[in-house]
Write a protein that binds this ligand. Structure first.
Ligand SMILES: COc1cc(/C=C/C(=O)O[C@@H]2O[C@H](CO)[C@@H](O)[C@H](O)[C@H]2O)cc(OC)c1O
Length: 501
């Protein structure tokens, strides 16, 4: 028998086992601290802690989700940990970071061939919260699958991938395990967020460690899957003086029970076509803003060099929508496209080479199935189990109007604990709010559109702080107006309402 001084087989097995674990850890999750970003002004280190990385959520298809993580500027060890999901489905978490609640925003100036510039965004929710911006579902942003034909996704698989991501991320970042955890998102993500929270609660019911310190969720101009999501556009348009009383009345009479997106009866369809003609003249995401091309065009080519970008600069590109005008809010979407497709930016973000062909603000590679008809049962289950919900709506959004959101919130039949009232920032009305039993709060953001923080950043930061800080350590102080030493003795009804909330 050939004898040699090979290590004993059991030693080899142990060695190979740890080698596999090490390889898994290296490949499946990679996290990098990012101190500098190309295009950030003033040049130099970022004034906040940014980490980027990947976490594998499906070994079979090699699905890796990319994330941006930003530590709270206040108290990272105790401030909330927020997982932010962006809608679409297929829009990048980067939208949340530079358009809504993160510490960066683009300087909206005409593209001149050099890399677009970013500056610090004052009203960032990372002032008071740790935030993970996740590129999900697979195919969004820089997230990828090693089998691109399998960009199959849907509400259920998206939420399952998010749970796997969150568990692995927390195992890699154990210092955040005890932070109050919130799941948040807007638009289409608003439909999936309650499903994610529902899954988190199911995970916590198992013996598996670590447990999630989940507190609740926040959803903005959310979809639920209910007909009212889009049907509410007609009463919203009527209320805003966009359609006549007659058209509103005739739609109401001829479209009862219909899905306004897919009307069955021809009288209803004809009337909704007239409505659609009025609607199509406006910027759906904010009816007071100019109607603009919504997303970045796909210039013929982008050559990323170490110094600058060269993009075919012309008013019309070979394919795709025209470049938005500079006056449009969506010009920032064009700048995002240029910036994120630059190879020097992707190097700085530690993007794995050759994993995606092109970064799109809202990807079109997904093969998505809307396999949840409605998320209301999850919202009822979560809130009646003692977890908190903030549902907010920019009140000038016609894509998913507050009128419909208010209606489904009412349909839950929770008792009112804090009647409809205005809420304020700097002494001005910032919106209106009503709170219900089971810790659910509805709020409008006055003058905001589909992605409220994009339009009213200061007010939304105030809203976020009041929501997350009103319950930190579960201590709430309240006076009872007009009551004496034994408050319930003289203000029984008020004290009962206080007790119930
Ligand atoms: C699946 O069917 C529909 C989905 C949507 C979703 C919109 C959405 O998520 O908006 C994006 O939100 C993200 C924020 O989450 C923004 O960044 C994007 O700009 C915005 O496009 C809307 C619909 O009709 C209006 C649908 O019929």
């Amino acid at each position: 028998m050939l004898t040699a001084n090979y290590p004993h087989p059991s030693i080899m097995r142990v060695f190979l086992f740890f080698l596999c674990i090490f390889r898994w850890f290296l490949l499946a999750s990679a996290a990098f601290k990012v101190t500098h970003l190309p295009g950030f002004l003033p040049q130099g280190a970022l004034p906040f802690h940014l980490e980027t990385g990947y976490i594998e959520v499906d070994e079979v298809y090699g699905v890796e989700l990319f994330y941006y993580f930003i530590e709270s500027e206040r108290n990272p060890s105790e401030d909330p940990l927020l997982l932010w999901l962006t809608g679409g489905p297929g829009c990048s978490g980067f939208c949340g970071l530079v358009l809504e609640i993160g510490p960066l925003k683009f300087i909206s100036e005409r593209y001149n061939g050099s890399l677009p510039n970013l500056v610090y965004h004052t009203y960032s929710w990372t002032k008071v919260s740790n935030i993970i911006f996740l590129d999900s579902p697979v195919g969004a942003g820089f997230s990828f699958s090693n089998h691109p034909q399998s960009y199959e996704s849907g509400d259920k698989s998206w939420s399952k991938h998010v749970i796997i991501f969150l568990r692995k991320w927390l195992i890699d970042h154990q210092q955040f395990l005890s932070n109050p955890l919130y799941i948040a998102g807007d638009s289409y993500a608003g439909k999936v967020v309650p499903l994610v929270v529902h899954n988190v609660l199911n995970e916590n019911d198992k013996e598996e460690q670590p447990k999630f310190n989940i507190q609740g969720y926040m959803i903005g101009n959310p979809m639920t899957g209910e007909l009212i999501d889009f049907n509410a556009r007609v009463p919203f348009a009527f209320g805003m003086g966009i359609i006549s009383d007659e058209l509103y009345q005739r739609i109401d009479e001829n479209c009862k029970g219909e899905d306004y997106e897919n009307p069955k009866s021809s009288p209803c369809a004809s009337l909704l076509q007239i409505f659609e003609n009025f609607k199509s003249e406006l910027c759906e995401q904010h009816i007071l803003e100019p109607k603009c091309s919504l997303d970045a065009p796909k210039p013929k080519y982008i050559v990323g060099t170490r110094r600058s970008m060269k993009v075919q600069e012309s008013n019309t590109v070979l394919f795709g929508p025209p470049i938005p005008e500079l006056k449009c809010r969506t010009y920032a979407y064009y700048l995002m496209y240029i910036w994120a497709n630059s190879n020097i930016v992707q190097e700085a973000l530690n993007v794995k080479k050759e994993t995606i062909k092109e970064w799109r603000r809202c990807s079109d590679v997904l093969n998505y199935t809307k396999d949840i008809s409605s998320n209301l049962k999850y919202q009822v289950n979560i809130t009646t189990s003692g977890y908190r919900a903030l549902v907010y709506s920019g009140d000038h959004d016609m894509a998913l109007p507050f009128v419909g959101t208010k209606e489904w919130v009412k349909s839950l039949n929770f008792s009112i604990t804090d009647r409809w009232r205005s809420w304020h920032v700097d002494g001005q009305v910032a919106g209106y709010t009503e709170s219900y039993s089971n810790n659910l709060t509805f709020a409008t953001v006055k003058g905001a559109g589909h992605t409220a923080p994009e339009y009213k950043a200061k007010e939304c930061l105030a809203m976020f702080r009041r929501y997350t800080e009103s319950y930190s350590n579960n201590l709430t102080f309240a006076t009872v107006k007009g009551a004496g030493h034994t408050a319930p003795e003289s203000k029984a009804k008020q004290c009962l309402a206080m007790f119930r909330s």
